[in-house]
Design a protein around this ligand. Structure first.
Ligand code: AHR
Length: 326
């Protein structure tokens, strides 16, 4: 009997701890996040969790898909079963969304695609909000052209996660500019999975295959750049302002800009993770029966290290860094 009572108490406690308190008339949002691969992602998750609060009238059901497309689709299916009011997806990969988006549409649940795009027909979801990653890639390429001013570039690229629209967009945008420069050569382009460990691993292998042959490394996010720097430090390769290798990074997180201000990253192209307020605005408009745009682009800037002036980017200062929220 004592054992049974203890079990029942444990069960009640587990239920109390695991099920988030939900207010009856709150709007319920199912949020399928990519994972926790980068500092950018942590800032993006934090932004959602501090924007969609119970006090603000929202119950956010958060699922971290750990960079797994199948797990993310299952999360969306569980949101459909729970009959949430809205589904927000930051897609791990661009392809393969048609069936589950159709299921959400059949259930009458509006879907907001955020951060990264999907290749599914736009009629299958309500709206997209995120940055223009192809433009981010182009900005990086245009900055390199401005900086090198006709000099040769032997480029190594550390791409993001395979199949993610952020990877595809940045690669397409940068390659578009590279094609206009016969004096540039992209020696190799491999995935570092948007992680520091991935960036380090790819750079270590590049250092073996291309020792002394490259003068530019393009890292498709800040964490990959930190890993690449660790690998170059260990190999005695200098980088940044005054170094042998130019480093371009994406994201412009606080740590990324700290390293840009220190001259370790030459150019850092922003990808703004503060997107939750825009998503909240869209949901509020749908709730009020107002029109919403099909696409909302979150604007980005670019930043260069002290000593570099650019028509495309701001030169980093301590003041700029101090004002950085993420
Ligand atoms: O989709 C945005 C990208 O995903 C960011 O550049 C990267 O840091 C993140 O993991």
């Amino acid at each position: 009997m004592k054992k049974l009572l203890a079990c029942m108490l444990a069960l009640l406690m587990a239920v109390a701890l695991c099920v988030p308190a939900m207010a009856a008339d709150n709007v319920v949002i199912g949020f399928a996040q990519v994972g926790h691969e980068s500092d950018w992602r942590a800032a993006n998750t934090n932004d959602y969790q501090t924007t969609f609060t119970t006090e603000n009238g929202y119950d956010l059901i958060f699922v971290d898909a750990d960079n797994d497309h199948a797990a993310q689709m299952e999360a969306v299916r569980s949101f459909i079963q729970q009959e949430v009011d809205y589904i927000v997806i930051c897609p791990v990969q661009e392809a393969g969304w048609e069936v589950v988006l159709q299921e959400a549409q059949d259930a009458g649940i509006p879907v907001i695609i955020a951060d990264r795009t999907v290749s599914a027909d736009p009629s299958l979801y309500t709206t997209f909000l995120g940055t223009d990653t192809a433009l981010e890639g182009e900005t990086a390429g245009l900055w390199l052209a401005e900086y090198l001013d006709g000099k040769e570039a032997n480029i190594l690229v550390i791409e993001g996660s395979v199949g993610a629209s952020a990877t595809l967009g940045r690669t397409t945008g940068f390659n578009k500019i590279a094609e206009e420069h016969p004096e540039w050569k992209i020696l190799d382009s491999q995935s570092g999975d948007f992680t520091q460990a991935g960036g380090q691993e790819v750079m270590e292998s590049y250092l073996k295959s291309y020792a002394g042959q490259f003068n530019v490394v393009v890292c498709q996010n800040d964490n990959e750049a930190y890993g690449a720097m660790d690998a170059m430090d260990a190999a005695g390769v200098t980088y940044g302002v005054g170094g042998d290798v130019i480093i371009i990074s994406f994201d412009a997180t606080k740590e990324g800009l700290t390293r840009t201000l220190a001259g370790k990253i030459n150019c850092n192209v922003e990808c703004n993770p503060l997107q939750a307020a825009g998503v909240l605005d869209i949901i509020a408009k749908i709730q009020a029966g107002e029109e919403i745009p099909d696409v909302t682009i979150v604007p980005d800037e670019a930043f260069v290290a002290p000593g570099i002036t650019s028509a495309l980017a701001q030169t980093m200062t301590q003041e700029l860094l101090d004002g950085r929220a993420y």
